[in-house]
Design a protein around this ligand. Structure first.
Ligand SMILES: Cc1cc2nc3c(=O)[nH]c(=O)nc-3n(C[C@H](O)[C@H](O)[C@H](O)COP(=O)(O)OP(=O)(O)OC[C@H]3O[C@@H](n4cnc5c(N)ncnc54)[C@H](O)[C@@H]3O)c2cc1C
Ligand code: SF4
Ligand code: FES
Length: 1163
């Protein structure tokens, strides 16, 4: 049952609270009822003066009539023209001027303020006197307008008493009225706006006002008003007893909080005025709260809704996600709505928000003059009004002894030195001329560095100040900026006539960070710095920028050719983003049109292909190739296949039967990767739902959302690791990697893990990896947000969704940032008002600190922002582009992204959210799917023709665990050729190695398996419409037995090849030649199909084993040591070097035997 909140007062803060609560209360826990005494819906009081121009209340409404009509009456009921006349805290009810009694669970008082009249006009006199007004609401303005048009008044003089913000506002409005001929302002001080400006700033404003033709009487007060016998106002008696005749007067001398209702109900109120509230805005009575101008917090009431600007309130309303949720009394609405709804949510808990000291920076346009004050704008004044002395202190330092400095003095709290400050006054200090001792305590050695910087900053911020001023009497511009005496910190300032730097300076003051430019630049502008050029790095891996430049000069125009020429990216591949940038930059310089085409098979970028696949509803790789490929008959390659696979898998709505994989296909349809039709279109990791390691084994990484794991699950992980002899390591993403799993063991391992409650961690996919979290409010004494709860929620939400690159998240429970959220693709940091959202950070080869995207976002709103961001990234990023690079290259940068994703400038946000929801709702665990399907399980055998296992690298023991022996730093290159087999091919025999069913051939893609023949391993491939092929299984680059795990592709000349999954060397299927590295070649064999069996034409196994036998090539520690000592160079490699080269090399070793583990090498 929803709880009832009664809101008393439908003013600016009342409606802000109502809107925020309706917006944040997604679980519909509350029902709102409000009574507004005015006969209008909530309107923008800040823009009240505009009413003089358009005379339309509707134009001032903060929400139009339709908004109210659309509200569900079970959630929000409103009564206007109805005053709440009493509050009964015991009965939990209010009664109204219409005799209605409403019971509540919570009552929120938002009764605002009323304008003050001077003591010589008590209420009865005000009522009887015609021509005396205040300036607070529509009714006041209607009265002023009607009176100004009356006969005898029309065309007369009007006086405004008060030269503050409100007085100038009223004066300008009256000045613009045709019915009024003269306007005078009476101001007690020597200049207007004395609360915001100093003499010089005020004087500029004064001159501007007078230049308009408005009379300003300064240093003047009013003794009384004069009236005619019939009670009509005739003028004012001033302090010098002179008389100022006038036909009407508006008093703008102040406001007082409306606490009458609260006082009557027995709530504690301030002696002067205002309903007392604590830090959570609770009054002295249970379940009654007060917000807005009526509330008194720490003895203060505040009269500005949103210091900042006239347009500020609109900004705040438009941006409902908190990017600009600032302001003051409206901040109270924010806090209360947050505490009612966000302390417990589906995405974890959050500490209740509390009131903090307000920032009273103000920017206004008054009488046509731009005026702003920010930070501590009177930092150069003492609290008693006298001027604070500026200038550097004379400092007498008692130097510490070396022992003291080295932290060897362990005496507690010993004073190290004393700074005597002569002839200056500190911020909190007394009058000039006094000597003030600043005592500095000895820091502990460990605290010294941090403490020193901190106390230096504190001293600077609280010490003497220096002012920089600029005064231009010709353009009516005045600026005063106040800095710490060392010029390192900006404390505050004021501006008249030019407020363009206001936002920048307010944020500098708030951050309390040292300024980077000399103070003078804030006034006179910066000298133009030299263009930093941002040149690209000169070398990557062992390929220099120069060699890339030379390739471009030599006519290389695509990245594949560049790879073939330079071998760049054929190592770990981590350099490729940088290489691609350099390459594109060089192409541009050379006048070549640079495209983002995926590869030679598709003349379009990933983003364009994503759109085509989505709109044309293409479901398989083959369909896509036929529809939009450069050559519809082509089989694709190692670049386009994984990209397309990922896109289809992001759209799970399509039924499983329809689905066929690849990354675009994943992102659109998110279907199981193990479907034979597209199994071979995946990168190896995705094909076997595990990360392939250098010895051909795989790693197993179950999901441990946010790093939270029960002891039972931890024990089970250990047991599984022990049973399958897996090397275990805790990752940077707070989960546990189990390394060294044999492919054929993967299903059994996962069966045990799933039984223990684990599921796939998608460590193998371009998908969400982890959302790292600190312990947050669950355990940490500093925790504000439930970082664990939030991180688990996010990890569960986005798990399994494929994207252009891997995605990582982080959630920290407070600004101490223990989860390193700012180095993640998305990161959340709890502030005392909600979550700050950081986007597009990453570690890796080209790290990027994440950008602050939205601040103080309520917990329940975080997910929609992240949904939009991730979906937009998935749909528009280039292949293999991390969020960091995507944002950097985004047209218009992060600011434009904010407009699109926060302000919904393109109107796509609801579609993005919907698409993400669709994806999230259809998640299934890929490993569970494999286990339930015998056909898919079958794909994990090492060899199709035997259950035998063959290790591929010797295992060695290190620090109590087994791991594969190291690869040598550099293997000798190897060309393995059929010509080295002595028996002529005509004498080879067809050997049955597999059945057709083993390969599960498909017309939608390619399939492959490994078979064992003697001690040799072979890979057999099926390519749709082309037939069967066979090669050796080992890639000679690192002697890895992995080729059946690679992707089959073709090049523009129609060469079919297998791309090694480890470093992408591409071997032609017909003859084994390496197409992108002349140093390598492999054996390729003929295959024929007969009676559902597959036969490979082979020599005797002994002969083949002598060339490609597993024992011969298996990497052992001893092998590596010999190679690293340079021994490999002089050793003959039987059957693996060009015959020409062979002639130059001496023969050694046992060419026809395998060498076992002894140190005698046969190559
Ligand atoms: C002319 C003018 C210009 C301003 N310009 C700026 C500006 O530029 N920047 C800025 O930050 N601020 C400005 N302000 C101040 C800003 O308007 C107020 O801070 C803001 O309106 C306060 O909101 P509130 O809800 O607390 O009070 P209000 O907006 O006054 O709302 C209170 C409402 O409660 C109603 N009410 C009171 N008692 C009862 C009761 N018992 N039962 C039912 N209803 C009741 C009142 O009639 C009123 O409608 C300006 C104000 C004025 C008058
Ligand atoms: S970020 Fe660190 S200090 Fe802050 S809540 Fe998390 S663990 Fe605690
Ligand atoms: S390309 Fe390096 S192992 Fe194959």
């Amino acid at each position: 049952m929803a709880k009832t909140i009664v809101v008393v007062g439908l003013g600016m803060v009342g409606i802000a609270f109502i809107e925020k609560l309706l917006n944040l209360d997604e679980e519909k826990r509350y029902r709102l009822v409000t009574c507004g005494e005015e006969s209008h819906l909530a309107y923008n009081r800040v823009a009240l003066t505009d009413y003089f121009q358009h005379r339309s209340v509707e134009k001032l409404y903060l929400n139009d009539v339709q908004w109210y009509a659309k509200q569900d009456p079970d959630r929000f009921l409103f009564h206007i023209g109805e005053q709440v006349t009493s509050l009964d805290p015991i009965a939990h009810s209010v009664t109204t001027s219409k005799g209605r009694t409403i019971t509540y669970d919570h009552c929120v008082l938002a009764t605002g303020s009323e304008s003050v009249l001077p003591p010589y006009i008590p209420p009865e006199r005000a009522e009887k006197t015609k021509g005396v007004f205040v300036y607070r609401n529509i009714s006041d303005l209607d009265k002023i307008l009607a009176y100004s048009e009356e006969e005898g008044i029309r065309g007369g003089r009007t006086v405004v008493v008060g030269g503050g913000l409100l007085g100038l506002e009223a004066a300008k409005a009256l000045f613009d009225l045709n019915t009024i001929s003269h306007v005078s302002i009476i101001n007690r001080q020597a200049y207007p706006l004395s609360r915001q400006l100093d003499n010089e700033g005020g004087e500029i404003v004064l001159r501007r006002i007078e230049a308009m033709g408005v009379q300003v009487l300064t240093k003047t007060t009013v003794k009384d008003i004069t009236t005619s016998p019939s009670g009509v106002f005739t003028g004012l008696t001033l302090n010098d007893d002179s008389h100022l005749p006038s036909s009407m007067v508006i008093f703008a001398i102040g406001i007082t909080p409306r606490d009458d209702l609260a006082r009557k109900a027995g709530l504690k109120c301030h002696a002067k005025a205002g309903i007392l509230v604590d830090d959570s805005l609770k009054t002295s009575v249970e379940d009654v709260w007060a917000i807005g101008e009526c509330a008194s917090w720490k003895g203060n009431t505040y009269g500005l809704i949103a210091p900042g600007s006239k347009s500020y309130f609109y900004t705040f309303l438009v941006l409902r996600f908190g990017t600009e949720m600032k302001g003051w009394v409206v901040e109270m609405a924010d806090i209360l709505a947050f505490n009612f709804t966000q302390v417990q949510t589906d995405v974890g808990g959050f500490s209740p928000r509390q009131m903090n000291m307000p920032d009273l920076s103000t920017k206004l346009k008054l009488m046509g003059v731009d005026v702003a004050s920010f930070g501590d704008y009177f930092a150069d004044k003492l609290s008693n009004g006298s001027t604070r002395k500026v200038g550097m202190p004379k400092v007498e330092v008692v130097a510490p002894t070396s022992n003291e400095l080295n932290g060897q003095d362990t005496r507690p709290k010993k004073l190290v030195w004393e700074v005597k400050v002569d002839d200056i006054v500190t911020g909190s200090g007394s009058a000039s001329g006094e000597t003030i001792g600043v005592k500095v305590e000895i820091p502990k050695a460990s605290e010294k560095a941090a403490g020193h910087a901190h106390s230096a900053k504190k001293r600077a911020l609280e010490g003497p100040v220096e002012c920089l001023t600029y005064r231009d009497p010709f353009s009516f511009v005045y600026k005063k900026y106040i800095f710490t005496a060392d010029g390192k910190y900006l404390l505050g300032g004021m501006m008249v006539g030019d407020t363009s730097d206001y936002v920048k300076l307010v944020s500098l003051v708030k951050k309390k960070k040292p300024i980077e430019a000399p103070p003078s630049e804030f006034i006179v502008g910066s000298r133009k710095g030299e263009d930093d050029g941002g040149d690209l790095d000169d070398d990557t891996q062992n390929v220099t920028k120069g060699s890339i430049v030379n390739c471009v000069k030599g006519g290389v125009e695509n990245i594949n050719d560049l790879k073939a020429k330079t071998k760049v990216g054929t190592g770990c591949g981590g350099c490729m983003p940088l290489v691609t940038n350099i390459f594109k930059a060089e192409l541009k310089k050379a006048g070549v049109t640079v495209t983002n085409n995926i590869c030679a098979h598709f003349a379009m970028s990933r983003q364009e292909l994503f759109g085509v696949v989505k709109i044309r509803k293409l479901k398989t790789f083959t369909q896509i190739m036929e529809a939009v490929g450069a050559n519809g008959e082509s089989v694709g390659c190692e670049l386009c296949k994984p990209v397309i696979g990922g896109i289809l898998r992001s759209r799970r709505r399509v039924s499983q039967i329809e689905c066929h994989q690849g990354s675009i296909l994943s992102s659109l349809f998110n279907e199981p990767v193990m479907d034979p039709a597209h199994h071979a279109n995946q990168d190896t990791n995705d094909r076997f739902l595990a990360n392939i390691q250098r010895n051909g084994t795989f790693s197993v990484v179950p999901r441990i959302a946010a790093g939270e794991i029960t002891p039972d699950k931890l024990i089970r992980l250990g047991q599984v690791a022990q049973k399958y002899k897996l090397y275990t390591k805790i990752t940077g993403g707070q989960r546990i990697d189990l390394f060294g799993a044999q492919k054929q063991d993967l299903p059994d391992i996962w069966e045990e893990l799933i039984e223990a409650g684990f599921e796939s961690g998608h460590a193998y996919g371009k998908a969400l990896r982890t959302v790292k979290s600190c312990v947050g409010s669950t355990w940490c004494r500093y925790g504000i947000g439930d970082s664990v709860g939030m991180a688990i929620y996010l990890e569960e939400r986005y798990k399994g969704i494929r994207s252009p690159h891997k995605i990582k998240g982080g959630v920290s429970g407070c600004v101490r940032e223990c989860a390193e959220a700012q180095s993640k693709d998305f990161g959340l940091i709890a502030t005392d008002k909600g979550w700050n959202i950081f986007l597009a950070g990453n570690g890796g080869a080209n790290p990027r600190h994440a950008t602050l995207f939205a601040t103080d976002v309520p917990p329940s709103k975080v997910v929609s922002i992240l949904d939009r961001f991730l979906m937009y990234y998935i749909q528009t990023a280039d292949k293999l582009m991390r969020t960091a690079r995507w944002v950097e290259q985004f047209d218009g940068g992060i600011e434009r992204l904010k407009k699109i994703l926060l302000d919904d400038e393109l109107g796509i946000c609801s579609e993005l959210e919907k698409e993400m929801n669709d994806l999230v709702g259809t998640y299934t665990d890929e490993w569970r799917g494999v286990l339930q399907d015998p056909l898919r399980r079958k794909q994990f055998r090492q060899f199709v023709n035997t259950d035998e296992r063959r290790p591929q690298i010797e295992q060695i023991k290190e620090r109590g665990q087994e791991r594969p022996a190291d690869w040598p730093k550099q293997f000798p290159a190897a060309k393995i050729r059929l010509s080295t087999i002595h028996t002529p091919k005509s004498q080879w025999k067809w050997r049955r190695l597999a059945t057709v069913q083993d390969l599960m051939p498909s017309q939608a893609g390619t399939t492959s398996v490994a078979a064992k023949y003697g001690d040799s391993q072979l890979a057999i491939f099926h390519v749709a419409k082309k037939g069967y092929y066979a090669t050796q299984q080992m890639c000679p680059h690192k002697r890895a037995f992995v080729l059946d795990h690679g992707i089959v592709g073709d090049d523009p000349s129609g060469n079919l090849y297998i791309s090694c999954p480890l470093h992408k060397r591409n071997f032609r299927l017909t003859d084994g030649e390496c197409l992108n590295d002349d140093d390598y070649s492999i054996l390729a064999f003929d295959v024929k199909e007969e009676s559902h069996n597959l036969f490979v034409l082979l020599p005797d196994s002994d002969e083949l084993d002598a060339i490609i036998g597993t024992s011969k090539w298996m990497v052992r520690r001893a092998t590596a040591e010999v190679v690293d000592r340079g021994g490999g160079d002089g050793i003959e490699i039987a059957g693996m070097i060009d015959s020409e080269k062979q002639q130059d090399k001496p023969s050694s070793g046992c060419a026809s035997q395998s060498c076992g583990s002894n140190l005698v090498l046969d190559w």
